[in-house]
Design a binder for this molecule. Structure first.
Ligand code: SF4
Length: 199
């Protein structure tokens, strides 16, 4: 379904976020490359960034850190300490909130404190009418798909249908973070793309 741009703009701007909209991932990638240059940028290990080729595109003019390429603790720390940080969201509400679920915590940490500029790149498939539905999506749609992508030994990865609130040592859902208003001290921008991107 196409993005309800007017409602998203009204509600997220009211909550202190900057908002931009693009018809295609290609246009959004060009925009991000124009916005982020000659600096350090961290990219959370999200399918959206991989799908868009953001690390490759931004590497032309920046020092890019992403554990999607170099999976070490040092890289995760460098992502969090970068000037700019890019990730997606597991669920987004039309009412103006963001939901992310994390296993280790570095991705959500970087969206809360550290980088001075945070960009959430959001495909149309991530948007739900309410915060409750965005949280449900994050738990029952995004997390099982991410568990499958990461080849985790969890019931959701095996069955691929929903969250089982497991106690698996390979569980990827340890922290649930809702950002209700833009965090103080950083500029947070939502880059909406009218395509299906990531999980
Ligand atoms: S809590 Fe466990 S079952 Fe539920 S989505 Fe996360 S990893 Fe899968």
């Amino acid at each position: 379904m196409a993005l309800d741009r007017e409602t998203l703009k009204t509600n997220f701007e009211k909550h202190g976020f900057a908002v931009s909209f693009f018809d295609t991932a290609e246009e959004a990638r060009a925009y991000l490359c124009a916005q982020i240059h000659d600096t350090t940028v961290g990219i959370g290990g999200c399918a959206t960034a991989v799908q868009m080729g953001l690390a490759e595109a931004l590497s032309t003019n920046n020092a890019v850190y992403t554990h999607a390429i170099t999976n070490t603790r040092e890289t995760r720390m460098a992502e969090t300490n970068a000037e700019a940080f890019i990730c997606s969201a597991n669920g987004v509400s039309l009412t103006g909130e963001l939901v992310n679920i994390d296993g280790m915590g570095n991705r959500v940490a970087a969206t809360l404190f550290g980088p001075e500029r945070v960009f959430f790149v959001i495909g149309a498939n991530k948007v739900e009418p309410t915060l409750e539905q965005a949280l449900w999506r994050a738990r029952n749609v995004a997390s099982p798909k991410n568990a499958q992508r990461l080849r985790r030994k969890t019931p959701c990865a095996a069955k691929g249908d929903r969250c089982y609130d497991c106690n698996s040592p390979e569980r990827i859902c340890n922290g649930f973070v809702t950002i209700a208003r833009a965090m103080t001290g950083a500029r947070t921008e939502l880059v909406f793309v009218d395509e299906e991107l990531g999980f």
